[in-house]
Design a binder for this molecule. Structure first.
Ligand SMILES: *[C@@H]1O[C@H](CO)[C@@H](O)[C@H](O)[C@H]1NC(C)=O
Ligand SMILES: *[C@@H]1O[C@H](CO)[C@@H](O)[C@H](O)[C@H]1NC(C)=O
Ligand SMILES: *[C@@H]1O[C@H](CO)[C@@H](O)[C@H](O)[C@H]1NC(C)=O
Ligand SMILES: *[C@@H]1O[C@H](CO)[C@@H](O)[C@H](O)[C@H]1NC(C)=O
Ligand SMILES: *[C@@H]1O[C@H](CO)[C@@H](O)[C@H](O)[C@H]1NC(C)=O
Ligand SMILES: *[C@@H]1O[C@H](CO)[C@@H](O)[C@H](O)[C@H]1NC(C)=O
Ligand SMILES: *[C@@H]1O[C@H](CO)[C@@H](O)[C@H](O)[C@H]1NC(C)=O
Ligand SMILES: *[C@@H]1O[C@H](CO)[C@@H](O)[C@H](O)[C@H]1NC(C)=O
Ligand SMILES: *[C@@H]1O[C@H](CO)[C@@H](O)[C@H](O)[C@H]1NC(C)=O
Ligand SMILES: *[C@@H]1O[C@H](CO)[C@@H](O)[C@H](O)[C@H]1NC(C)=O
Ligand SMILES: *[C@@H]1O[C@H](CO)[C@@H](O)[C@H](O)[C@H]1NC(C)=O
Ligand SMILES: *[C@@H]1O[C@H](CO)[C@@H](O)[C@H](O)[C@H]1NC(C)=O
Length: 603
């Protein structure tokens, strides 16, 4: 076969755009201002009711500088339990970090004896320093947090050389609160005073806001974490110095397994998955088909289509699956978008629950069972582990039976259509699952039914000789959990709806100067989640819109412009918290909070 020379040259030139993925634009632009103060980065989220309350006690668990940690990446110390005199039922994990000088963004995890508490990624450091503070309610891990003789492990892989000199300084603290403390209103209003770096703060309806929103420090009232589990079994790696506790999954055939033997007193079981994607799957939602990469002789490894799912098995049988929220890396698409507001989920990656209560019939036999985790269509690499939350009955041995278990694999339809570097890739899938089981305990004979419907659709377009990429991904999940007693009365229920639409466009053109290119970028993304549990309601709608361009030379960002708008609406059933943030060129030009949610999610 002969290919005309000109076409080969075009392919070589164009493949430069692919082999140098936009994520490799790591170097920061030297700021044109004289502002030498370190800059605070933040993820838009709701304040915690505990934010301005004095904790009953706090334990500073670790101060550590992660410098050249590639081969000795995890840090393990003895975990310090809160003192016996400390009265607490709410625990907040505080992760403070700072970094100065050039460095890549990094992924990090925090575990107590292999139970993961937080998955977080770092902001892109800037010349004069970046710092941030992540707070997360970790009360659901109370059974682990209250134990002594455990270890705390933190993994943050960092590489330091002549070029990338930035080291990450990290402080980790647990703050403990008693729910008997009521939040004084005068303090609540202070939560909304503007940090010095922010502008245009306005708070409406302060009184009402505080009273409704913060009426209770016990944050999680919904099934299944309305009461923290009695025990949490980590489904994680061995915790070795190099591999730490997350499983590193290399491809779709790589199944990570762990044997578990659960207590015969277990009446409720929930598997909570922690997930992040890296390497060639860092932006899996933009990956074209293998045939496209092969036919065009591209040297990129970013392929295998744009559908991924985390699959969970018990003894090899599929029991649940999740399409993870596509958290965009803090250097993803256009790194200027994420300064100083990071992408949705970047500082507090979501975890995903699979209710295994209907499967207790399989697990409650005093025998070992194998829990497996794999990534449908995954390529290198994913960092995944899980916490198996177990609730124990006080009295007798619990009996259980799985009545119905129908969790099919997703029926995925693909259409691939391309000519040279232009093409269209469509992937669609649907799944409906239904699982039912009863559990006989001191609470009686309760039947748990879980039904789930998911829809996934991805459309990826390459235009203008592959220099223009467009992503349109949609994902919807609806899960219903219903617990009924002997006479068919509903004793607990939960309805969860997730919606994660994502649109990206990237257009690359030659720049004015030799060897430079200009990328015009756009991201429209939404994370909408609605939890409805009979009496309790929790609705989140977080949207981001980003537009901008960057001029790059090799892996250097030479110049650029970016605007990021985020709309955050959170309703905890008692009140609303709404925040709108507008960032232009790295400067927060708008940051408004109010108690009026303007959510327009089409459920
Ligand atoms: C920064 O400071 C220098 C010297 O103090 C001054 O000449 C320059 O104009 C300043 N630049 C900006 C952007 O303010
Ligand atoms: C950042 O701080 C250093 C000193 O620490 C200073 O030399 C430099 O000019 C600062 N950068 C900018 C852009 O102001
Ligand atoms: C962290 O540093 C602070 C201040 O120097 C100190 O009080 C604290 O004990 C340190 N924590 C640990 C775990 O070393
Ligand atoms: C780090 O580990 C890799 C692979 O295990 C090894 O090849 C390399 O020599 C190690 N580097 C150092 C500095 O120990
Ligand atoms: C951690 O705990 C173990 C066992 O309780 C003890 O032997 C060891 O000395 C402790 N290490 C530190 C640094 O306190
Ligand atoms: C960690 O704590 C030490 C001691 O209190 C403090 O000097 C340092 O600034 C803290 N680092 C971060 C990232 O908060
Ligand atoms: C902690 O472990 C040590 C050594 O393994 C043991 O002597 C001690 O009793 C344990 N303490 C508790 C509270 O379990
Ligand atoms: C960091 O470690 C890598 C290999 O593990 C090594 O090549 C590099 O020189 C180290 N950097 C520093 C500053 O020691
Ligand atoms: C501890 O908190 C509970 C409520 O959370 C309260 O009833 C109890 O009185 C408190 N005990 C002490 C010693 O403060
Ligand atoms: C329940 O588990 C306990 C502890 O593992 C064991 O001693 C007991 O025999 C089990 N009971 C039954 C009925 O299997
Ligand atoms: C169950 O698993 C544990 C830990 O993996 C192992 O030590 C034990 O031998 C296993 N028991 C059986 C019956 O396979
Ligand atoms: C985001 O962009 C879309 C389409 O460009 C637009 O319709 C929408 O109003 C924007 N939303 C926000 C919050 O800026």
């Amino acid at each position: 076969m002969t290919i005309p020379k000109l076409i080969i040259i075009i392919i070589i030139i164009l493949s430069v755009f692919f082999t140098k993925p936009i994520q490799s634009t790591t170097h920061f632009i030297k700021s044109t201002t004289n502002d030498t103060a370190p800059k605070q980065y933040f993820e838009v989220t709701h304040p915690l009711p505990t934010d301005n309350v004095t904790p009953s006690c706090s334990v500073n668990l670790l101060n550590h500088t992660f410098s050249n940690t590639t081969n000795s990446s995890s840090v393990t110390v003895n975990y310090t339990t809160p003192p016996d005199t400390c009265n607490w039922s709410v625990a907040i994990l505080q992760f403070q970090a700072e970094c100065k000088d050039e460095q890549y963004d990094r992924i990090a995890g925090i575990w107590i004896d292999g139970v993961e508490l937080l998955r977080t990624s770092t902001a892109q450091p800037t010349e004069n320093g970046s710092f941030w503070n992540v707070r997360k309610d970790v009360s659901r891990y109370s059974s682990v947090i209250s134990q002594s003789n455990l270890t705390l492990t933190v993994m943050l892989q960092n590489l330091v050389n002549d070029e990338f000199t930035g080291v990450y300084d990290v402080n980790i603290t647990l703050l403990f609160y008693s729910t008997s403390v009521r939040v004084p209103l005068s303090i609540v209003s202070e939560i909304h005073t503007s940090p010095s770096s922010r502008k245009l703060i306005s708070v409406e309806n302060d009184q009402e806001f505080g009273e409704e929103f913060y009426s209770n420090l016990a944050l999680q009232l919904l099934y299944p974490y309305n009461k923290p589990a009695d025990s949490i079994v980590p489904i994680s790696a061995s915790g070795g110095v190099n591999e730490s506790f997350w499983f590193r999954i290399e491809d779709e055939f790589d199944v990570k397994t762990q044997k578990v033997k659960i207590s015969n007193k277990t009446y409720k079981a929930v598997l909570e998955l922690y997930v992040s994607f890296h390497g060639n799957d860092e932006s899996w939602y933009m990956n074209p088909s293998d045939s496209y990469v092969e036919t065009n002789h591209l040297s990129t490894g970013q392929a295998h289509g744009a559908y991924r799912e985390v699959l969970v098995t018990i003894d090899g049988k599929l029991v649940g699956a999740v399409v993870p929220f596509p958290v965009i890396s803090t250097r993803g698409i256009n790194r200027l978008f994420w300064d100083p507001v990071v992408s949705i989920g970047a500082f507090n990656l979501p975890s995903y629950d699979i209710d295994l209560t209907p499967f207790l019939g399989l697990l409650l036999d005093d025998k070992n069972h194998t829990i497996g985790i794999k990534i449908a269509d995954g390529i290198s690499f994913w960092l995944v582990d899980a916490n198996l939350h177990l609730w124990f009955d006080k009295s007798n041995v619990v009996k259980a039976k799985t009545l119905k278990s129908n969790v099919p694999t997703m029926e995925v339809q693909r259409s691939t259509n391309f000519e040279l570097l232009d093409g269209e890739f469509e992937i669609q899938g649907e799944r409906e699952s239904k699982v039912t089981g009863w559990v006989y305990s001191s609470a009686g004979n309760l039947q748990t039914q879980c039904t789930e419907k998911i829809k996934f659709k991805s459309k990826l377009k390459y235009k203008e000789q592959g220099t223009k990429k467009e992503v349109d991904q949609r994902y919807k999940r609806k899960t219903r959990i219903k617990i009924t007693n002997e006479v068919g009365k509903v004793v607990d229920s939960l309805e969860v709806k997730f919606k994660y639409p994502l649109k990206i466009s990237i257009e690359t053109k030659p720049g004015l100067d030799i060897d430079t290119s200009v990328m015009t970028t756009k991201v429209v993304q939404e994370r909408s989640e609605r939890f409805y549990g009979g009496k309790e309601l929790m609705v989140l709608s977080h949207k981001q819109n980003c537009t901008g361009l960057v001029v790059v030379k090799g892996s250097f960002v030479l110049s650029g412009s970016a605007e990021t708008q985020q709309n955050y609406n959170y309703n905890n059933g008692r009140g609303c918290y709404s925040r709108m943030v507008d960032v232009v060129g790295g400067v927060v030009v708008g940051d408004d909070t109010s108690s009026i949610c303007v959510s327009d999610v089409d459920w």
